[in-house]
Design a protein around this ligand. Structure first.
Ligand SMILES: [Zn+2]
Length: 471
């Protein structure tokens, strides 16, 4: 209970807010219209086809990232978004290079076998002749530490799979991805020469999955690569035979300094309260394998499409819907931080910060960190999407980019698509346009459009999150 309110007044307010259930009935017909329009004439998928052909590789600071920015700006203008503009962001530049090789040198029965790997984003390369060493397999950082000197001079293989028993694959991902982020640091601390990380994906296949990794100032920088799950299983099987397994790792990736990227912004200006902003978006950068179709071309195209749909149906909400396609989510979050810095004065007038960054699969509903009255309102809106199968409201954040705005008290939300297939493709060569289903993607855009329109249009403004940390 807030200390400033007398207890009686607080109780009265509480009762009042319980009594007035959010009335969203007026939006039922709008929701139906928007969803049907998105299924019948939606253009999220055709936009994504275009993005994946114009700029399939869009890692920060690359020519592909610049081409994607140019495409997004034009796509927004074509779709009738207002105040379309670019905002500069200083981004890291990391180059994958052409060499990524892991070759087995021992035991004799496996000599010459080559396992599929991808350098992890941010990794240093190896010397040109590579690193030759015995492989040590561990399942956790604790296990590595408990082994004392055993990792000295070795290539450390972090081989803990995603927990297959968890219904929420994002939770399983969260339980395994520390190996990718910190594997190189922990390997170097233990005296290892390199870190190999089992790809963070639930299946067993030959596709390595890349992703961001980090170094610490005081710890030696050793190379780090993801090995396919079948490759990791192969190494583990050889080690189970009790023989020494030696391999040569070669990577020619490198840090290429910094470059300039851009956030891309466009709006549907509110008809009554244009200064109040419902932010929605995705990230335009993607890893340099596959097309970044689900991650996050899908979210970017759904965001632009949400505004196009509303315009096509002549639905201009009370408040402004601002679309932001962020730069550099994958290896830095610099776009999100630049947005926050550039728009600091407007943040008190941000009503919601929404992101679609969980793939373009069948929409089930939304995640949100809103609580109390805000959560009640979003739940009521969710119920209007039940007939489209997208009515679920689950606790959670919005996405990595909008999470930067959490401390400002802005409620966050995200599109919640079906969760079972995303990590099969995520950050791998399989994340291509043909892995996206047109109706699923368009339905997601429609659900987003209806939801964002209502949040931006409701007479009652969504309350801020009181418990936010203050900067
Ligand atoms: Zn993403």
């Amino acid at each position: 209970m807030p200390a400033v309110l007398p207890r009686s007044l607080f109780l009265l307010l509480q009762v009042a807010s319980q009594e007035a259930a959010p009335d969203v009935e007026a939006y039922r017909e709008t929701f139906r219209k928007v969803v049907r329009e998105s299924l019948a004439r939606g253009e999220a998928y055709s936009k994504l086809e275009r993005l994946c052909s114009v700029a399939p590789l869009r890692l920060s600071g690359s020519p592909g990232a610049a081409a994607a920015v140019e495409w997004a700006k034009e796509a927004m203008k074509r779709d009738g978004l207002e105040n379309v503009r670019l905002e500069p962001v200083t981004v890291p530049r990391w180059e994958r290079g052409a060499v990524a090789e892991l070759r087995i040198l021992a035991p004799p029965g496996a000599v010459g076998e080559s396992l599929p790997i991808l350098a992890l984003g941010g990794s240093v390369g190896t010397p040109p002749e590579g690193i030759e060493a015995a492989i040590l397999e561990v399942k956790s950082f604790e296990e590595l530490r408990s082994l004392g000197e055993a990792a000295k001079g070795r290539i450390v293989l972090f081989n803990r799979p995603m927990d297959p028993s968890l219904p929420d694959s994002f939770e399983a991902y969260g339980g395994a991805v520390d190996q990718r982020g910190r594997g190189a640091i922990e390997a170097a601390r233990a005296g290892g020469l390199a870190a190999l990380v089992r790809s963070v994906t639930p299946g067993i296949d030959d596709f390595p999955h890349t992703g961001a990794m980090h170094y610490e100032e005081a710890v030696a920088k050793v190379p780090s690569a993801a090995v396919s799950t079948r490759g990791a299983e192969r190494l583990a099987a050889l080690l189970r035979e009790g023989k020494e397994v030696r391999a040569r790792l070669r990577l020619d990736c490198r840090d290429a300094g910094e470059g300039i990227g851009h956030n891309v912004l466009g709006e549907l200006v509110g008809r009554e309260r244009p200064g109040e902003i419902v932010l929605a978006g995705g990230h335009l950068d993607a890893w340099d394998v596959g097309h970044g179709a689900h991650d996050d071309g899908a979210g970017c195209c759904q965001s632009i499409e949400a505004v196009r749909l509303l315009r096509a149906l002549d639905l201009r909400p009370r408040r402004t819907i601002r679309i932001v396609l962020f730069a550099n989510e994958e290896n830095g979050l610099r776009g999100a931080r630049a947005y926050r810095a550039a728009h600091e004065k407007e943040l008190p007038d941000h009503v919601l910060a929404f992101e679609s960054d969980r793939g373009g699969f069948t929409p089930r509903g939304f995640t949100t960190n809103a609580s109390g009255r805000g959560l009640e309102i979003l739940r009521a809106l969710g119920r209007l999407l039940e007939e489209a199968g997208a009515g679920e409201i689950r606790p959670g954040g919005g996405g990595a980019d909008v999470s930067v705005l959490e401390r400002d008290g802005i409620p966050l939300a995200g599109l919640l698509p079906d969760r079972q297939r995303y990590f099969d493709l995520h950050h791998s060569a399989r994340d291509t346009i043909d892995a996206v289903h047109p109706r699923e993607l368009n339905l997601g855009a429609g659900a987003m459009a209806a939801f964002l329109h209502a949040v931006a249009d409701l007479p009652e403004r969504l309350p801020r999150n009181e418990r936010a940390r203050r900067p």
